[in-house]
Design a protein around this ligand. Structure first.
Ligand SMILES: C[S@@+](CC[C@H](N)C(=O)[O-])C[C@H]1O[C@@H](n2cnc3c(N)ncnc32)[C@H](O)[C@@H]1O
Length: 187
């Protein structure tokens, strides 16, 4: 199994929702080792289109994550999925166009750069290509004086969640201050 940076019950909950919605095309922005990609994709029907975008050298464990992500794509192809890997900054026009050429999608999962400008751009670009969009780290919470790399997804999520016809929140992290997946139905 590939290294996964998720609470298992949350990503399984997302997969459950996507299966219930009849999803056969899934876009993931930010896959790192490919753990969540594989976990979701394997729940979808064989033949489903699976597209992953990740940033070259964008992770602290790049040597390992590049190899693992490529192996996940190869495994999915071997098992009959129409899997694609796009390397680049998800907010770059050329990357958005490569993704668009493989779309539209039934569902997208955004788990790349967690700062507000990037999450907003990923939403603006990829919401137009999918009927369901999900975000990781909606439950991240720290005191204002906490020092470290902050995650802006909760602020973003609070702003958008009521703009869709339906939304769901998966908040099952035992720490109650990390992870969390928010799902928006855009159709
Ligand atoms: C938290 S990890 C993804 C974890 C994965 N979804 C999982 O749960 O197994 C975030 C990934 O986003 C990628 N990333 C960060 N900024 C990005 C950007 N601007 N465009 C594309 N990928 C980006 C990083 O390289 C990293 O691999």
């Amino acid at each position: 199994m590939s290294t996964m940076l998720q609470v298992e019950a949350e990503i399984d909950g997302l997969a459950e929702i996507l299966v219930g919605e009849g999803v056969t095309s899934y876009l993931e922005i930010g896959s790192k080792f490919g753990g969540s990609l594989l976990r979701v994709a394997e729940r979808l029907p064989v033949g489903s289109r699976i597209v992953s975008v990740d940033l070259p050298k964008g992770t602290k464990a790049w040597v390992q994550s590049e190899a693992e992500l490529k192996a996940v794509i190869a495994k999915l192809r071997l098992h009959g999925y129409d899997a694609h890997l796009i390397w680049g900054d998800s907010t770059a026009k050329a990357v958005v166009e490569q993704v668009r050429a493989l779309g539209p999608f039934d569902a997208a999962f955004i788990d790349a750069n967690h700062t507000l400008p990037y999450v907003e751009k990923d939403f603006a670009n990829y919401a137009l290509m999918t009927r369901i969009i999900a975000f990781h780290d909606i439950a991240w919470r720290r005191a204002p004086e906490w020092v470290g790399t902050r995650i802006d997804v909760p602020e973003f999520w609070a702003r958008v969640k009521d703009t869709a016809r339906q939304h769901a929140e998966l908040k099952l992290c035992p720490t109650a201050k990390n992870n969390g997946i928010g799902v928006l139905w855009l159709d």
